[in-house]
Design a protein around this ligand. Sequence first.
Ligand SMILES: Cc1cc2nc3c(=O)[nH]c(=O)nc-3n(C[C@H](O)[C@H](O)[C@H](O)COP(=O)(O)OP(=O)(O)OC[C@H]3O[C@@H](n4cnc5c(N)ncnc54)[C@H](O)[C@@H]3O)c2cc1C
Length: 392
Amino acid sequence: MTDKSFRLEVRDWLENHCPQSMRSPFDSEADLCWGGRNCEFKSEEQETWLRNMADKGWTAPTWPKEYGGGGLNRTEAKILKEELKRINARPALYSFGISMIGPALLHYGSEELKQQHLPRIVRGEIRWAQGYSEPNAGSDLASLQAKLEDMGDHYQLNGSKTWTSYGDKGDWMFCLVRSDGELPKHGGISLVLFDMATAGVSTRPIRLISGKSPFTETFFDNVRVEKNQVVGELNSGWTVAKYLLTHEREMIGSSGVGQAGEELLGQTASRIMGLESGQLSNTMLRKDIAQLEIDIRALDLTMERARDEAAAGASLGAVSSMFKFYGTEYNMRKQNLLMSINGMHALEWVGAESEEGRLPRLWLRSRGNSIEGGTSEIQLNIVAKRILGLPG
Ligand SMILES: Cc1cc2nc3c(=O)[nH]c(=O)nc-3n(C[C@H](O)[C@H](O)[C@H](O)COP(=O)(O)OP(=O)(O)OC[C@H]3O[C@@H](n4cnc5c(N)ncnc54)[C@H](O)[C@@H]3O)c2cc1C
């Protein structure tokens, strides 16, 4: 099939399968669809949209068809992305499964693990949580202490994790554990998977300055982990973890270029502040908005070029740190500008859940963006060492 006929086919399919109400930007974070066992769809159309996209495998367009993915090549995946953008389609599914553990399973997982987990990730049936950070292991992740012991026919896990995003909503966890305390720091680590409903797993909310509680501390008390749920070789988890992080960083960097249908900053400013002689009267703000829009466009194109250059489905490697750094810097600049554009209204704070508090909440959240998945300082260290080749 030629690219042109594929595009027409996609366009036609979207026309018939993307509900009208799914063709606009989100009003609030509560509208995002994360799937999972306890997913509460906001509308019938949201559920239909996820089902339609999952049936095609287009929630994970480039994953092999045998694991439920779309089996698209890079060019076809780009066409699909462009056509979704053309109609302002919302992502059908937000998923740590698709952006994090799925790529790691494709690269390092046993055939059994791929068959077990990937199709359910594509269909949004399982919501995943990330168990990496611990109270004394953040930037220095390899200091982690959660202990995995061999019990003969299974493993047993004890310890705790912190900053687990949506830990209370996760169905399964991908978790970094110390499986051999005798080996050098980076050596005795494994990545294991388990159902968070297993006896001995518990969570406690962490309340933030924004009033929200999207994180938990997560505790493991004699948790049973099946032997076949180790991703890659036992004690080789550090390699898998780093690979997974490159995908996480690419995903976080991509969020800096905005979502489908999102209003351009210039449009927001002219709608809210009004124009004089066809221009924003505040010349400094005008300049800052134009510069950010240019920077975001340049980042978007550079990311696309890097994906073109990488082998199909491969990790972007250390370059993902560069994208994570810039994507999160731009998001912070964007939230700063939105606060300026909205003036006094940006300071409204009626409560953690109210629409009025949305802007300051997004502004506060953008700070977290520069920390999650590895802080900006850590990304700059990686760029210095691995890309620029500077001495450590
Ligand atoms: C929004 C959000 C979501 C998150 N979600 C998850 C999740 O789902 N699962 C999970 O496991 N974790 C999650 N985290 C935790 C996150 O991965 C850690 O916060 C992060 O890795 C930093 O670790 P830390 O908080 O312990 O800070 P620290 O490592 O203590 O760092 C403190 C400061 O020191 C700086 N620093 C540390 N080392 C160096 C160095 N070598 N060179 C220069 N500067 C340095 C850091 O940049 C930072 O400014 C999340 C965090 C946030 C903010």
